[in-house]
Design a protein around this ligand. Structure first.
Ligand code: HEM
Length: 436
């Protein structure tokens, strides 16, 4: 990062923190995503903002926040909100001023997550073919083998880190196999994915630079792999995308790299956090672990509740495509709207006792995989990985317990999870929690 950028960045940080203090003074609430208190427990903040106004303009970050369940869904299906920043000159002018050639190329070629229709629809249609529900269901035995493999590697000590041992490697190995990538590379993907995610919400220039380097390395990695595979594409995800590209104008070269890149990265940190957050939530009360062990058929419902209660992706973003009036507020073209996924999930108008983690809820209302045209492609896969992970953990470690009742949350306000979560294989409370 150049010196000018560094100074600009520090000034922005300072401005955000100062304006948050002012906002707090005027409105009694502010969602400062860099604040340590908010990162430790964001839900009281989301509740306060929702109570104030479900569509709220934050002067500190100069963006709108949407925090009720219905509004989150409404914005995500409304075509007047888009994701492609390149359509808003006032936004991209500032971004472009700081980009070197390489980053400019990435900016000019967003992945489907940063594209509006029709390009989005075309790329998504192709990529979705590799994630059909029936195919994902057929992966269950292989996913079970991978979970067993991860847990077999744990040493004989009394405790282990669930994030490092299972939550991280499982999604990395599964997606690498689906894409036909060498298993030996999966630790490298994890490292790149982590660097990219860390860079999305940090004050430290070093971490931002690491994220930029990871983005560069990933593109180069796929350039090499795709070059090697062109003569012999095969039937895996990458093969399908290469064949689609060869069949006509469906994917440009850069779209192909970007789609591979996104598929590799999107499922890592998210599914890792789902499993980590789920273990944490279930072990908060040893009874839950024992109850679920008694009735594993409830695991899928418990996974939905984990997604609702502690969603790995806390918020996403949209741009306003035209000047308009929306729920009594005047929105301007290019305005940013932050979609409060986690806030919507805790809306009392949609869930009874939303701040209670209840795996027996009859209907779990959550938008943790998004909604509308960008609804997560990997939702079935993530659910399947989590289901198999919990089934196996409950079977292998019937009396598992948290080592630390209050483990530290990772310091990213947009991706919520623990970087490390140590558990005892056997708890001293195991006998009392055992219902059998
Ligand atoms: C618990 C795990 C996961 C969570 C919480 C999650 C969450 C999300 C969310 C919220 C979005 C929509 C973002 C937006 O609208 O701005 C999304 C999109 C996406 N996800 Fe996931 N995801 C998970 C796992 C996965 C997996 C395993 C994959 C693939 C291997 C994946 C691939 C994608 C892709 C490609 C998109 C972009 C879809 C589009 O733009 O049309 N995700 N995900």
């Amino acid at each position: 990062m150049r010196l000018k950028e560094k100074i600009q960045f520090k000034m922005n940080q300072f401005l955000l923190t100062s304006l948050s203090v002012v906002e707090q003074g005027i409105h009694g609430v502010s969602l400062n995503v860099l604040s340590k208190d908010l990162i430790a427990d964001p839900y009281p903040y989301y509740n306060r903002v929702r109570n104030k106004a479900p569509l709220y303009y934050s002067m500190a970050i100069r963006a709108w926040w949407v925090t009720s369940f219905d509004l989150v869904q409404e914005v995500l299906v409304d075509k007047r909100f888009g994701v492609d920043v390149r359509r808003y000159e006032k936004r991209w002018k500032k971004i472009l001023a700081n980009l070197d050639e390489e980053r400019r190329e990435r900016f000019d070629n967003p992945s489907m997550l940063g594209l509006d229709p029709p390009d989005h629809s075309r790329i998504r249609r192709l990529a979705s073919k590799g994630f059909l529900h029936k195919y994902i269901q057929s992966l269950e035995p292989r996913i079970k083998d991978i979970v067993d493999f991860c847990l077999q590697r744990i040493d004989n000590g009394p405790m282990f880190d669930i994030v490092e041992s299972l939550a991280k490697p499982l999604p990395a190995i599964v997606i690498a196999e689906m894409m036909g990538l060498p298993a030996s590379d999966h630790e490298q993907f994890q490292a790149w994915s982590e660097d990219l995610i860390v860079a999305t919400s940090t004050r430290e220039t070093e971490k931002i630079e690491k994220g930029q380097l990871a983005a560069r390395q990933l593109i180069n990695y796929f350039r090499k792999i795709i070059k090697e595979r062109r003569g012999n594409p095969g039937s895996d995800l990458i093969g399908q995308l290469i064949l689609a590209e060869d069949a006509g104008d469906k994917l440009t070269e850069m779209e192909l790299y970007n789609t591979c890149n996104l598929l590799l990265v999107a499922g890592h940190e998210t599914t890792t956090r789902l499993i980590g957050n789920g273990v944490y939530l279930l072990l908060q009360s040893p009874d839950l672990w024992a109850q679920l062990r008694e009735d594993p058929s409830k695991i899928p419902n418990a996974v939905e509740e984990m997604l609702r209660f502690e969603p790995p992706v806390q918020a996403t973003q949209r741009f306003v495509t035209q000047d308009m009036e929306f729920h009594g507020k005047k929105l301007k073209r290019g305005d940013v709207i932050l979609i409060g996924i986690a806030a919507g999930n805790r809306d009392p108008n949609t869930s009874d006792n939303p701040d209670v983690f209840d795996i027996w809820r009859e209907k779990v209302n959550q938008v943790s995989f998004g909604y509308g045209i960008h609804l997560c492609i990997g939702a079935s896969l993530a659910r399947m990985e989590a289901k198999v992970a919990f089934e196996t953990l409950l079977e292998k470690f019937p009396h598992m317990a948290l080592v630390d009742e209050n483990p530290r949350w990772g310091d990213n306000a947009f991706f919520r999870g623990h970087e490390k979560l140590d558990v005892y294989k056997e708890s001293s409370q195991g006998a009392t929690a055992d219902l059998s």
